[in-house]
Design a protein around this ligand. Structure first.
Ligand SMILES: [Zn+2]
Length: 119
């Protein structure tokens, strides 16, 4: 098992849908943790939907439609580090999704300020 964890970049991205996520974030300038207690982020500047699992949660909206940029990543950890404390069944469910790229996933369990960054 490779123990190397990706370094957390100084800039990360969060993708959301235009209908639900975007209005909530835009109004407050804040990303808030979801039902899983996490904010999901990536270093990928393109909404690579398969790689990021953006199609998985809801078929009703395009969760890769709107991009936010996060410049304050001091309290963010890589998924590869965080996954150590995630139950193996949940970990497998997320990571074995077709085209999933878990080395490009980062998480925060604290709210983050974010800037709308039109694609
Ligand atoms: Zn939506």
């Amino acid at each position: 098992m490779n123990r190397y964890w990706p370094q957390v970049p100084e800039v990360l991205y969060h993708y959301t849908c235009a209908e639900h996520g975007h209005p909530a974030i835009f109004g407050s300038g804040t990303l808030r943790t979801g039902r899983d207690g996490l904010i999901w982020l990536t270093d990928l500047p393109e909404p690579n939907r398969g790689a990021l699992g953006l199609t998985r949660v809801s078929l009703d909206c395009d969760r890769g439609a709107v991009r936010y940029r996060v410049d304050n990543t001091a309290n963010v950890v890589s998924w590869m580090e965080f996954r150590q404390q995630v139950p193996v069944d949940i970990r497998d469910l997320l990571e074995t999704f077709p085209d999933a790229m878990p080395r490009h996933w980062f998480v925060s369990w604290q709210d983050l300020t974010a800037q709308h960054d039109p694609i």
